[in-house]
Every structure is written in structure tokens, then in C-alpha cells.
Design a protein around this ligand. Sequence first.
Ligand SMILES: Cc1ncc(COP(=O)(O)O)c(C=O)c1O
Length: 379
Amino acid sequence: MPIIGSQRHLFDIPDDVTYLNAAYFTPQLRTRRAAGIAALDASDAPWTIGADEFFAPVEHLRGLFAELIGGDADGVAIVPSVSYGLGIAAANIEVGSGRTVVVLQDQFPSGIYAWRSALRRGGGEIRTVGLPDAAPWTKAVLDAIDDTTAVVCVPNCHWTDGSIGDLVTIGDAARDVGAALVVDASQSLGAVPFDVASIQPDFVVGAGYKWLLGPYSVNYLWVAPVRRDGSPLEETWVSRAGSDDFSRLVDYRDEYAPGARRFDFGERASFQLLPMAIASLEQLLGWGVNDIAEAIDPLTAAIEEQATGRGLQAVPRHARGPHLIGLRAEGVLPAGLAGTLAKEGVFVAVRGDSIRVSPYLYNDVSDVDRLFSVLDGVL
Ligand SMILES: Cc1ncc(COP(=O)(O)O)c(C=O)c1O
């Protein structure tokens, strides 16, 4: 019996909505909304916003995210998008002609475009690893790593079907050939344990608005100590040493604030959004990621069972995360399938050739039953 029972009461989800699309956006926690409204109210009175507001909330948020991934707060930067975080990684790792960047087939585009642009400028090429059927992709990635590898840039859970790789093993193999490991962990941070100490990535980026329950546009980057002297994408005044003394901002300083703060985006203090992000991560840490994963796992297991019973293919549990499952049909999926289900109050995504189902703590098995009773009428 999972430790966490249904948490639907903490979200404002109408009774007739079966929302199984956390991998897209998670609905807003009531506490997050309250924090956002209070922050919006506070912005009526800019005379109450002191210099400290530019620093204290963002430092608090860094600490919460660091706790979530077992990293240090100094290594956390707040970024406006995953693309931005991966852009920082691509701008700070040299690839060069004859060398390769290993990625997965059908990987989310944020990283791909960053590498394509870097490789156009500096040389090198992308090596794309095919996804095996019904197995983790660890071995396929290991087979693609060789002396030419400069970077391995992979997720920890594939965004279309939930398939996984073992990042500890992949990280070891990358280090053996002197390659960097860059992880887009957007589709699992918050729902699956992630530990920077054992994975030892160079850069980890995570979307804040999916499994981290936060608002759109507050996203996270963790940077390994050896990479913290890299170049940011923008030269912000607020990330400079001593920038908390507003009376001396024109004593221009080339020195950055310590750690990964130089990589923060310009208006990272986002006065309305940060309190919401803080409320979200506090709730997550209160539940604990292990317990969240344990609570969602039976739901994806029930989805897998019902799907395979109907002849759909699902990535089996040993090859996927506990929270996200892709279902494939024999033939092509009916056009507009997600829209058809949405009209019945059931929300999933179609990504690639998979029906992507991603439940969360507000779901229970009645949502799974409802999904399949609607799917039965459509497939
Ligand atoms: C794996 C993955 N990475 C990144 C993103 C979002 O990227 P960005 O913040 O660049 O829009 C998504 C959104 O669905 C995603 O699934």
C-alpha cells in the first residue's frame, strides 16, 4: 500500500475531469495558487519590494531544488526554459570536428537544436541512438560511446513512452572516454529519484512546470563544480559579485557571484513566479520523491495491464519509469485521438506513435478505468 494516498483535494480538478497528462503540465496546487495570488497582491505596492527580494527567494529556491537532486545549492541556476539550460551546456562544452554528441532517437528538441547550432559553428556531429523494443536504452547508448564521443546528452526518461536508461552506468562510460554528460531530466525530476552524487552529470536541466508542479518559465539547471567557471548566455548585473548593494551597481565588476549563479537568467527574481515555485517544491519535498514514485507506480501498472489485455503495446515496467507510460497500437492511431478523448473528459497526449499516459497523485484507478472505457469506443 503506497504511503501517499490520493492528493486530489490539494488540487482544483473538476470531478468530471480525468487528467492523465502530468508530463505536459501538472495542474496547480492550491498552495501554489495562494502563493501566486499573495505575490500578485504584493506587487500592488512596489514600495514594499526591497533589494532583499531580489536575492532571498531565489536562494531559498536554489536550496529546495538542490535538496531534491542531492546536489549543492551553489550549483543551481534558475533558467527561463530547458532550451536555455541546454544552450548553456552546449555553449560551454567543446565538441569539434570528428567528434560526436550522443543523443536518443526522438529526443525532445530543446537539446537537439542547441547542439545543432553549436556543431554548425564548431564542427562535430550528432550520433542518434535507436530505441530498443521493450528494454531500457542503456546498452544502446553504451554501444554508441567511443573515442569520438565529446558529449552524451540524454534524458533519464524518454518523453514519448517513459523508457529509461541507467544514468549511473552511462555517466561512468562517458567519463571513461573523457566525454561530458548532459541530462534533460524534465520528464522525471520530482516523480523519480535523481541523485547528482551518483550520476555525476556535468549539467542537469529540468522543466519546473511538469513533475515539479511549478509555474511555467521557472526551470532549473544544476552545474558540476568543474563547469561553474563557464560563460553564461547573458551578462546580467544581478549575477555579479556584490550586486546586492544597489547603491554601488555602477562600480562595475567583472567578477560573478559564486557557484552557478552566473548562469541565472536576467530577471530571475520573478516576484510573482518564485513564491509559486517555492510552494511547489516545498510540497514535493514534504511528500518525498521516493514516496511519490511508489504512489504512482500502481497506476501505470494498472494502465499497462489494461493496455496489454487489449493488444496495445506498452513499455514494460523494467524498461520504464513508474510515472509515464506510452501505449502503441498495431496500426496508425486514429487522427485527433487526444482531442476525441478530451471531449469525453479524459486527457492524455499523443507523442510520436505513442498514446502517452502520465498519472499523478490526484489520480486513482477509477481514472484508469475511465481512460480505457473511452479508448474502447475509439480504437
Ligand atoms: C523532455 C523535455 N524537455 C524539455 C521540455 C520543455 O522545453 P522548453 O523549456 O525548452 O520549452 C519538455 C516539454 O515537454 C520536455 O518534455
